[in-house]
Design a protein. Structure first.
Length: 424
């Protein structure tokens, strides 16, 4: 019989982000994006898979019935001091189980490398903020870091809707109510949970995933009614996020929705995680602060993604951070390779990226501050650690003369040992 506890214990010791249980294969760990087979464990058979299924369901008849009906199930569990997010599906009539390991200690913004403007914007009394990115881009980690920061610094009632609940928050300066979405859970759907939040006297609503029009409409209504709504979307860029939200609606309704979004949307952060030269993961943020220019572009009859991207790239004084600027800093700091950076942009934008890298290098060599520094200084109250990738070894830092006696506050300073290395 398969010893699931032993597999999970090894996963924890190896700092794995996920464990894959697949029929006919040895249990497999995801470590810094690489797949690593478990040692000394035989390949799993049909009976092993059903035993693992029983291990995670723990005799819950309602969930077993739901799985047999839908052929897919998300559940949460705990192992020692970590939480587990478990996805169960079917292949050839046998369960396939993917387990995400979630550390119990939340990293800070400074450890994550999330730009200071994102934390600053949580002080907004109302509006909509979005954390976006592809699967395994660190959205959940950033979202929960936002919750934790609000909990520690503001006197608010925070309501979270999650599927499943990952981090368990304890009320500190704020009151926190966490609800799990799903049949047999706390509330059936995100849409219903978002609508009901208006009757729960919450100040801040956290929507774990905006995945349909019903949830989008309810989130907009909640933001319009004077609440701060923070949610996530599976999109690869800030501009694409706008396009996705608008396309939740029929053509006849899109003009109205654009006007609403231009009014209530405050900020979008789009995240990517790249393996750096040290073999761990580095956050690459793109941040769109919705100023008058961006709001005007959203309201236009024909939404132009390229125009929004250009506006982000050129609006650093307002707090926006373009993807090309983020990639350029990482290349100049020798955290990622030029080839990695080029792979993140469209072919037509590679010349722009190359030029921006040259300009960034010249700026640093002349003692100028980075675009990220400008953003932090504009909004203040930053607690970013100035320990950078050179680990304070000034002899090895080619820019040490320029950065001495400066408060160099780049979000990339702690990326080598980023908490995103667990892939959450």
């Amino acid at each position: 019989m398969i010893n699931v506890n032993a597999i999970l214990k090894t996963a924890k010791e190896k700092d794995a982000s996920d464990v894959h249980f697949i029929n006919g294969l040895v249990p497999t760990y995801r470590i810094n994006r690489d797949l690593v087979s478990a040692e000394g464990v035989p390949a799993l058979c049909d009976q092993d898979m059903w035993d693992i299924y029983d291990f995670f369901l723990k005799g819950n008849i309602e969930r077993d019935k739901l799985f047999k009906e839908k052929k897919v199930l998300d559940v949460s569990d705990e192992f020692e001091d970590i939480r587990l997010r478990v996805n169960i599906s079917v292949s050839d009539g046998v369960p396939v189980i993917t387990t995400r390991l979630i550390k119990s200690t939340l990293p800070t913004f400074e450890e994550l490398g999330v730009p200071a403007i994102v934390k600053k914007m949580t002080a907004q009394p109302q509006g909509l903020m979005l954390v976006t990115g592809k699967t395994n881009s660190g959205k959940s980690t950033t979202l929960n870091a936002l919750i934790n920061n609000i909990n520690e610094t503001q006197n608010k009632k925070i309501l979270t809707l999650e599927s499943p609940v990952e981090y368990k928050h304890t009320s500190k300066k704020s009151i926190i109510v966490q609800k799990e979405i799903g049949r047999g859970a706390d509330i059936p759907t995100y849409g219903l949970g978002t609508k009901n939040s208006l009757r729960e006297d919450c100040d801040i609503l956290i929507v774990g995933e905006i995945r349909d029009r019903e949830t989008m409409e309810a989130a907009i209504e909640t933001a319009e009614s004077g609440h701060l709504v923070i949610g996530t979307l599976h999109t690869k860029s800030c501009a694409e996020t706008i396009d996705r939200m608008v396309n939740f609606y029929d053509m006849k309704d899109q003009s109205t929705v654009k006007v609403l979004l231009a009014s209530i949307l405050k900020l979008v952060i789009s995240q990517r995680l790249l393996k750096n030269k040290q073999g761990t993961l580095t956050l690459v943020p793109e941040v769109m602060v919705v100023d008058n220019i961006v709001a005007g572009l959203i309201r236009k009859e024909k939404l132009n993604v390229a125009e929004i991207e250009d506006a982000i790239q050129s609006a650093s004084e307002n707090g926006s951070i373009g993807l090309i600027n983020s990639l350029s800093e990482l290349v100049v700091k020798d955290i990622i390779t030029l080839e990695q950076a080029q792979a993140q942009v469209e072919v037509k934008n590679i010349p722009i990226l190359n030029k921006t890298i040259q300009q960034t290098r010249l700026k640093f060599e002349a003692g100028g501050s980075s675009m990220i520094d400008t953003v932090v200084n504009d909004y203040g109250n930053s607690q970013y650690d100035s320990n950078n990738m050179y680990n304070n070894n000034q002899e090895n830092n080619p820019y040490s003369n320029q950065f001495n006696n400066q408060q160099y506050n780049s979000p990339y300073n702690n990326q080598i040992n980023s908490p995103f290395n667990n892939g959450q």
